[in-house]
Design a protein around this ligand. Structure first.
Ligand code: FES
Ligand SMILES: [Fe+2]
Length: 359
């Protein structure tokens, strides 16, 4: 059956269930885009560090004595041990010592102490250095990029920064974030797709109908992000009195802003069918404990409703009875935007392979 012009095919089902596809995404998507890492608030003094795996790529960010944090892939080039094994902590020195055979690396990641004299070959020396990761900080939020020469963060997300600045998102007026994690048995894209539309809100989150004019829910797509907006119907204890503003940054970051709280949601793939949702909740400094509880209960319900439907979808994607879905250009324009960006990244690397083969 021909699909009408108002509908397009969704992604092939293998994208959600093949382990080899997950590895391809690590290289073509998660190593080629600015990724949210964590709030910078955990890096107060020299030696403080935070480790995190994003799409299973281990990264460490370490505060240096000069006040500038450095980021590396958290893997020792000698035999592959993790340099730091805890999620965060404090290291007495800005040098990095591998816990396996004690090799030491300076703050720039160059090997300083190893089993014997350093090799004379410059290439070998480079191979024995830590893999540097580009780091950018915006309003106390740290972003990383694994490509050695990425487009600058400010250029890459300039229009979004402008929108935040214009919409008086005053990051200084929030408390230090509260961290919440939810583990779900679904592919990360299933969650992002749900985030990128509110078509399902009528059915999955009926409580939102009381607070917002869901029929006027709007998504505007920009180069690497989307901005969702929705006018408020009634003010409520749980979502406050502001209109709804929710941003999404490709590939895996959600940024909903409510009156008392904005949060950064990192949709972090663990494997092809498992995803960790990391939430960093920033409450306005004057928010009472009671308001916080009301908001957190609202968030927990909403999240649980989405987890149930996403896990259900993943099970069906893994069955032999679903091949490929369809998307409405009107109600699911945000999902289509996500799919276009993803397909562009994947096809760019495909072209590179073809060019390499030709040469
Ligand atoms: S693996 Fe790091 S020193 Fe051997
Ligand atoms: Fe939802």
């Amino acid at each position: 059956m021909e699909l009408s012009a108002l509908y397009q095919r969704s992604l092939p089902v293998d994208y959600y269930r093949e382990a080899s596809f997950f590895q391809k995404e690590q290289i073509d998507i998660f190593s080629k885009n600015w990724l949210f890492f964590s709030p910078a608030s955990g890096l107060k003094r020299a030696g403080d560090y935070i480790t995190k795996k994003i799409a299973n790529i281990p990264i460490v960010v370490l505060m240096h004595e000069d006040g500038n944090p450095r980021a590396f892939v958290n893997i020792c080039p000698h035999r592959g041990a993790s340099l730091f094994t805890k999620p965060c902590g404090h290291s007495a020195s800005s040098q990095i010592q591998c816990p396996y055979h004690g090799w030491v690396f300076n703050a720039e990641g160059r090997v300083k102490v190893m089993a014997g004299p350093a090799p004379k070959d410059e290439k070998m020396c480079r191979d024995l250095s830590l893999t540097p990761v580009k780091l950018a900080s915006y309003q106390g939020l740290l972003f990383v990029h694994l490509d050695p020469e990425p487009l600058a963060f400010s250029q890459s997300l300039a229009p979004l920064i402008e929108i935040w600045d214009k919409n008086q998102v005053d990051f200084q007026s929030y408390e230090e974030p509260l961290e919440k994690k939810v583990l779900g048995n679904f592919n990360w894209k299933v969650w992002v797709e749900g985030f990128q539309e509110c078509y399902h809100c009528y059915y999955v989150h009926p409580q939102l109908k009381n607070d917002f004019q869901l029929k006027d829910y709007k998504i505007i797509n920009y180069d690497l992000f989307s901005v969702h907006s929705c006018e408020r119907k009634e003010s409520s204890e749980q979502t406050g009195k502001n209109n709804g503003v929710w941003s999404w940054i490709y590939p895996n970051i959600g940024l909903p802003v409510y009156e008392y709280c904005f949060y950064v949601l990192q949709v972090n793939p663990i494997s092809v069918n498992q995803t960790e949702l990391c939430y960093y909740m920033f409450f306005q400094k004057n928010t009472s404990q009671e308001q916080k509880k009301v908001f957190l209960d609202f968030w927990a319900n909403l999240t649980q409703e989405d987890v149930v439907i996403c896990e259900n979808i993943q099970t069906n994607l893994q069955s032999s009875y679903f091949k490929r879905g369809v998307l409405s250009e009107v109600r699911e324009n945000g999902v289509l935007h996500f799919h276009n960006l993803l397909q562009n990244d994947l096809s760019r690397s495909q072209q590179k392979i073809e060019v390499t083969n030709f040469c």
